[in-house]
Design a protein around this ligand. Structure first.
Ligand code: NAD
Ligand code: IPM
Ligand code: MN
Length: 384
């Protein structure tokens, strides 16, 4: 059997620390399950590579990544001091591009960010129904607000005008929304097997068990908002078993906090999805436990990109205190995508058991925060 080739890309800041944890776990899983995995660790894209070579990654980076079946990325963003705004802006400017270049260049048009409150994870909402939070935010990953077209006219003058174009195509909208309904149906099937049918916010009467909620700002941005709504209604007709719902993005933020357990699959534009998934992360235990992946659901022949929702966290980088759980749950998503379901499940369970064990211990002993190394060791210890 040909080994599956992975690229580990630590990137910047805590990315380096959490990818090191993922490598230890992958190494253990490889031995335990005899997994056909091999990997290279790439020093790019990163600010370190930029300092040496004057660019974030080699010119043929995308081509070289085509050799791998999956990419595991830590985070990008300068870990340096943020007190120098010029330096921060400069490094941010160069560090944003590679991530978006990968997503676009590898045609990874869907970003999936599950938010499930695992028992023992920090619970920021007091309401006890928060334990039922189990949503999947699917974010458009190829266009929308992120096309990066526009510019600054009369820059620096009192008459300066900055424009930032947003582009939404029907093709990208339709494939995204159809993917959201397919995921909702998978979740419905699992729940029917478990006999656990809950009610979600629903604009269609009498349906239980699964929902797709569309997010727009169609009252203020009617052009793409109306196209999204039209495509959503069209696709929804093919899925009469799935509840449908629409929220404007501002109200969605409010309801994410007020009743997040009433959301199931949420489908949103690139920028709305970005913002909603940091919020969803906190509802489900924080950025330290929020996984994410960038995939092309129609084409498994290209490498998919797995990276936690969090960034390089300059405020804690280099201290050895980043939570590696988000990266490890992301690694489990990668293993699932590669068809290594047993190893994925084992890793997910180990992260869940660690959270519960830690929760019990901190209640008993009022113990303080753990280091990256302590959490990684504990998760390694819980691997079956
Ligand atoms: P961030 O996600 O890096 O950090 C936000 C807050 O969450 C910080 O207080 C940080 O300490 C905390 N945090 C994040 N991950 C954590 C973890 N695993 N354990 C413990 N605490 C954690 O967001 P930011 O500060 O807005 O961005 C920093 C840099 O990261 C920026 O340059 C940004 O562009 C970049 N960024 C990159 C990615 C990516 O590469 N995927 C994602 C988001 C942000
Ligand atoms: C994310 C990040 C990126 C995004 C940034 C770094 C460009 O915030 O992956 O959520 O906005 O997509
Ligand atoms: Mn983000």
């Amino acid at each position: 059997q040909q080994p599956i080739k992975l690229a580990l890309m630590p990137g910047d800041g805590i990315g380096v620390e959490v990818v090191a944890a993922a490598e230890r776990v992958l190494d253990t899983l490889r031995q335990r399950y005899d997994l056909p995995l091999s990997w290279d660790t790439l020093p790019w894209p990163s600010t370190a590579w930029h300092r040496e070579h004057g660019e974030m990654m080699p010119a043929d980076a995308l081509e070289r990544l085509g050799d791998y079946q999956a990419l595991l990325l830590g985070a990008l963003g300068d870990p340096g001091p943020t007190s120098d705004p010029k330096r921060y802006r400069l490094s941010d400017g160069v560090s944003l591009a590679p991530l978006l270049t990968f997503r676009k260049g590898l045609d990874l048009w869907a970003c999936e960010r599950p938010a499930r409150l695992l028992p023992g994870a920090p619970q920021y909402l007091a309401d006890e129904r928060a334990k039922d939070i189990d949503m999947l935010v699917i974010r458009e990953n190829s266009e929308g607000e992120y096309v990066n077209q526009g510019g600054r006219l009369r820059a620096g003058t009192p008459d300066e005008t900055a424009t930032q174009l947003e582009v939404f195509t029907r093709k990208a909208t339709e494939r995204l929304i159809r993917h959201a309904f397919n995921r909702a149906r998978e979740r419905l099937t699992l729940r029917e097997q478990d006999g656990e049918l809950r009610e979600y916010l629903c604009d269609r009467s009498g349906l239980k068990g699964a929902q797709v909620c569309l997010i727009t700002k169609r009252n203020a941005q009617p052009h793409w908002g109306e196209m999204y709504t039209e495509v959503f209604e069209q696709v929804a007709r093919e899925y009469p078993d799935i509840g449908v719902h629409h929220e404007l993005v501002d109200a969605a933020c409010m309801k994410f906090v007020q009743c997040p357990w009433q959301f199931d699959v949420v489908v949103a534009s690139n920028l709305h999805g970005d913002i909603l998934t940091d919020l969803a992360a906190v509802l489900a235990g924080g950025l330290g436990v929020a996984p994410s992946c960038n995939i092309n659901p129609d084409d498994k022949s290209r490498p998919a990109l797995f990276e936690p929702t969090h960034g390089s966290a300059p405020d804690i980088a280099g201290q050895g205190i980043a939570n590696p759980s988000a990266m490890l749950l992301t690694t489990a998503m990668m293993l699932d995508w590669l068809g290594l379901a047993d190893a994925a499940q084992s890793l997910r369970s180990a992260v869940a058991e660690d959270l519960q064990a830690q929760h019990r211990q901190s209640q008993e002993q009022n113990s303080g925060a753990r280091t990256t190394d302590e959490i990684t060791q504990s998760i390694l210890g819980h691997l079956s």
